[in-house]
Design a protein around this ligand. Sequence first.
Ligand SMILES: *Cc1c(COP(=O)(O)O)cnc(C)c1O
Length: 376
Amino acid sequence: MKKNRPIPVTSPLLPPLEEFIPYLQRIWDSRILTNGGGMHQALEKALADYLGVHHIALFANGTLALVTALQALRVTGEVITTPYSFVATGHSLLWNGLKPVFVDIDPVTFNLDPAKIEAAITPQTTAIMPVHCYGTPCDVAAIERIAENYNLKVIYDAAHAFAVRDGGGSILRHGDLSVLSFHATKVYNTFEGGAIICPDARTKQRIDHLKNFGFVDEVTVVAPGINGKMSEINAAMGLLQLKHIDQALARRAEIDALYRRRLAGVPGLRCTRVPEDVQRNHSYFPILVEDEFALGRDELYQMLRGNDILVRRYFYPLISEFPMYRGLPSAAPALLPVAQSIARKVLCLPIHPALRDEEVDRICDLLLAPARVRAA
Ligand SMILES: *Cc1c(COP(=O)(O)O)cnc(C)c1O
């Protein structure tokens, strides 16, 4: 019998190679490889149009964009953030010498729980860095109210939220800044890449200086900026991806619906609630493995991996559990009960445009089998 190919949790959106060749030809003809060349300029414009935002500054990756966003707003002292995210969220604070203050998450959205933010504010707090986890929008209205009351900046880590929209438009319009990642594992990729979304031209200009060593002109350096620039080849990939992104998002939506149909009513397996009034991007498909399920979360993880279904436990361990964070007062597990619980139940199932219906079915068959054994 033919062996099934291993199924990764994600797989990059990769248009046909021949479609990329003309872009490469243009780069070669121009002899401009980076530093805001034609591809870079074209992608900033095309992405602003596609996403429905005013200004966008491209970066070499999302982590440098987060680090730079904090610098652009001159954030100091303590920053309230979520423990339930990819470790780069916390690392961007440490790279700026800032103190992360972890606040627990909401059990339904897995995002920062606004009801618990105020108690974590001290005179040193200057900003909040929430994450739109799995592309589910944060409670942006509640966060904005708190930020206004306490005069705090808000920088959204929107690495999962490409193309997500709420009733009023792009989710990226909220907060002072939003940061995207275009890493290969994300919905939309430029091999490596990222961006800061900002509301005004002045802030974009400051960000553009900061990502180019702080250079304002040939002889003027205004800040200890970093090299965060996106190269022409990455920008070209971004332009090509935009031609395929709608189709890719539509396929992701189909897979999401297929999982939900097949997994509905399986005792102990819980899909996330679909938020109302949101155009989702289906960037992840997390499920919670509850106590009623026939296998523990880690047993299920091993079983699926044994069958070449390369599921991932995003986000386990929590950021607050890594050695460089766990000594912080706010990292105490007793203060983060919801995040602790979700991190020990969550499993992200494969979802990407190249995934076939038969493969989703095979994954669901494997998920349903332990439940059947238990029922019998
Ligand atoms: C991927 C990711 C990042 C980092 O982005 P890179 O482009 O890989 O540097 C930051 N935050 C979150 C939540 C992410 O998922």
